[in-house]
Design a protein around this ligand. Structure first.
Ligand SMILES: [Zn+2]
Length: 337
């Protein structure tokens, strides 16, 4: 897709980006509504099982929904700087588009009817979310199941007998399991190679030196926390997939913990403004009257926006802290990309 944009930001807002989009047409409203929520659920699972990103999801407000949609649902992820990123959306369109563009189908009764529509999509923006959720000062931290290189084998003192042969054997054995593995046998120093693959975010580094060879083991180092594990060479096939799974789980849990810790309940608008003025503002859960005027006031005064109305609602208070009118919904607010 290519689009005209006033300002661009790498991976998050590009003039040109890759994108996955689906459109479906349904006989009934119920079926179409179900589809929009089911796809949202697939995206949440993709976050949990592949990207190691815990998404907050829910319905967009009237102001923030996609123009023309009856309902828009979104996935929101919290970046390391405390801002939210909308990482994907699904929409229920009703039959409005069908009527506007005269899209009809022949029903079981042989009549021409207007179908109910949905659309949904995610884009290369997800790459931006991986970088900003997991990355650290040394560079990328790739979640294992989407990492282009999952393991890098680095031989130490390559000239010593047996080292290179064993390093090649490790690579071949892991490759046979379907693991995306590479061997760096270039003449750069091991330290240089460590930094290089850390920067690229390779989840596991497998070191093999003369001492390890004697002990029939390899040293496996986790990218995200530098933890070292000694793995007997004969157990590689069993242990490496386990370690990748553990790393994935730890990344997910760390991201979840950061997001949970950055989420506060708020019942006072002055306090809300104070939170949003902080360099790291995070998510704020607050009651809302449902009136767009309050949404606009919040946006003007704090630049924060409603991210979504979560499906799991909590009763934090009876009134909207902005206007004092009865509260209708609990909403996630955040500053966003
Ligand atoms: Zn209000």
């Amino acid at each position: 897709m290519v689009r005209w944009g006033k300002s661009t930001r790498p991976f998050l807002r590009g003039k040109e980006f890759l994108w996955q989009e689906g459109h479906t047409l349904h006989e009934s409203e119920q079926e179409a509504r179900h589809e929009a929520l089911e796809i949202l659920d697939y995206y949440v699972k993709m976050g949990r099982d592949l990207l190691a990103i815990p998404f907050v999801c829910g319905q967009k407000t009237e102001k923030e929904k996609f123009a023309g949609a009856v309902n828009t649902y979104s996935l929101e992820a919290l970046m390391h700087d405390g801002k939210a990123l909308q990482a994907g959306t699904t929409h229920y369109f009703g039959d409005g588009f069908a009527r506007a563009f005269d899209i009809r189908y022949q029903s079981k009764e042989g009549k021409l009817e207007y179908p109910f529509q949905t659309s949904w999509g995610v884009s290369t923006r997800l790459i931006g979310s991986i970088i900003m959720v997991h990355g650290d000062d040394e560079g990328l931290v790739m979640p294992p199941y989407v990492a282009p290189i999952q393991c890098i084998v680095i031989p130490i003192q390559m000239a010593k007998p047996g080292i290179l042969e064993q390093a090649r054997s490790i690579k071949e054995r892991l490759k046979a399991l379907g693991i995306r593995v590479q061997l760096d046998d270039s003449d750069k120093s091991p330290g240089w190679k460590y930094s290089e693959y850390e920067m690229k975010g390779v989840p596991l580094r497998i070191e093999l030196g003369p001492k390890d060879l004697t002990k029939k083991q390899a040293v496996v180092v986790f990218r995200h926390n530098r933890e070292k594990v000694f793995v007997p060479l004969e157990e590689l096939e069993q242990r490496i997939p386990e370690l990748l799974a553990r790393l994935h789980q730890e990344l997910y849990e760390a991201a979840k913990k950061r997001a949970d810790e950055a989420t506060v309940n708020c019942c006072d608008y002055e306090e809300f403004k104070e939170i949003m003025a902080r360099p790291y503002s995070g998510y704020v859960k607050m009651m809302w009257c449902g009136d767009e005027a309050c949404e606009n006031k919040i946006k003007e005064e704090t630049t924060a926006t409603t991210r979504c109305i979560p499906f799991h609602q909590e009763q934090l208070g009876k009134t909207c802290p902005v206007c004092g009118k009865p509260a209708k919904k609990m909403v996630y607010f955040a500053k966003a990309y």
